[in-house]
Design a protein around this ligand. Structure first.
Ligand code: CP3
Length: 335
């Protein structure tokens, strides 16, 4: 296999940085939009042949060094006792959100059984392209999942969940704990079915104060990641200036949003491998500008332990040209 991604995640010197993008398989690709005319989002992720086809779209376009399985962080909400759907123009909606502090630990279903469609997808991908590129699995972190489970809808400030923290800290802790248990098992399940690399997306956990992150989330991130025997990546937005906390999670790689200067991250993290971190909106610019900004990041990151990625997901109306320029800059690089 082309193991560039795995080698960089382990902190090794690579002749060029491996490259992939968060949300690389989504709405910016015309064929994705066509497939979505036929299948709802949930139908698409729950039908392995369709999810496989979507996962492979960026492979046809860009040949990245990793293919992130086409799924969603919210899949684990079902074994956790929540129903959800994606509402056009709104985003994820949870139909039976947490109903007060006494509803913070629902009976948990069998993850391997209920998410077998994800196992089937990973096996298909491994069979199809496992020799050519890394298969990237992922899960949402407890805070990000709980934000949807408590608010019932996207919340910019995550106020409902943070209010639970303030009013009922024990229920907040119990909720996050039960989510962490399931997430851990789900990630192990992904390894068992062929994932080469795993990313934990606790995107919104950076909303917490440093003290709260340290008290409530850090031990859970550590527990989730401990003992997984493929390289792991942690992504939390808004951690600029406190990257040391992400290093403490035990993840092999710290994924940076675009507000952190790559050179500064390197100073703060020493030899810990990093991922990132072009501003996703930079891809709207002229392709020469995309190339230039991408080269600056590669240059600042240096030849050891750097996975080139964006600072967050590809936006839905991103031009294919911009993405191409980004990927090609990594592929043309030589240290
Ligand atoms: O390449 C890929 O697309 C990989 C699969 C992937 C998706 N979502 C597909 C998706 C991954 C890794 C995610 C992660 C995810 N999902 C996160 C964490 C990372 C991040 O971006 O912060 C979060 C918070 C979610 C929850 C979620 N699911 C959101 C916010 C949305 C978008 C809602 C909207 O309408 O903008 C979804 C739905 C979703 N997940 C889509 C895709 C491609 C869009 C579905 C569609 O409209 O076709």
């Amino acid at each position: 296999m082309d193991d560039l991604l795995v080698r960089a995640a382990r902190g090794e010197h690579t002749e060029r940085p491996p490259v992939w993008m968060m949300r690389q398989a989504g709405r910016h690709i015309p064929e994705y939009r066509e497939i979505r005319e036929e299948y709802s989002f949930l139908e698409a992720i729950k039908t392995p042949a369709v999810a496989e086809e979507i996962t492979l779209l960026p492979w046809e376009y860009y040949r990245p060094d990793g293919l992130v399985m086409f799924s969603d962080i919210l899949t684990v909400l079902e074994p956790l006792g929540f129903s959800y759907h994606i509402e056009s123009g709104v985003g994820p909606v949870v139909e039976n959100p947490v109903d007060g502090p006494d509803d913070a630990d629902r009976a948990v279903g069998d993850v391997r059984e209920e998410l077998e469609y994800v196992g089937a997808l990973l096996r298909r991908l491994t069979e199809r392209v496992g020799d050519e590129t890394a298969i990237i699995g992922f899960a949402g972190g407890p805070f990000t999942l709980a934000s949807y489970a408590v608010a019932g809808e996207p919340s910019r400030t995550h106020r409902p969940l943070r209010a639970l923290r303030a009013r009922h800290p024990d229920a907040f802790r119990a909720l996050l704990d039960s989510f962490a248990e399931v997430v851990r098992e789900y990630l192990q399940f992904q390894i068992d079915n062929g994932a080469d690399v795993l990313q934990l997306f606790d995107t919104y956990a950076g909303e917490l104060t440093t003290a709260d992150y340290r008290e409530f989330l850090l031990p859970l991130h550590q527990r989730i990641l401990d003992g997984l025997d493929v390289p792991t990546i942690i992504f939390v937005r808004r951690m600029n200036g406190r990257l040391d906390l992400l290093e403490e999670t035990g993840a092999d790689v710290v994924s940076l949003d675009w507000t952190t200067e790559m050179a500064t991250a390197r100073e703060q993290l020493g030899e810990t491998p990093v991922q990132g971190n072009l501003d996703p909106t930079a891809l709207y610019g002229e392709t020469d500008a995309v190339r230039e900004q991408t080269r600056e990041i590669i240059e600042a990151a240096g030849p050891e332990g750097h996975i080139l990625n964006l600072g967050h997901g590809v936006h839905k109306d991103t031009p294919v040209d911009g993405v191409e320029a980004f990927v090609e800059t990594a592929k043309d690089w030589q240290w």
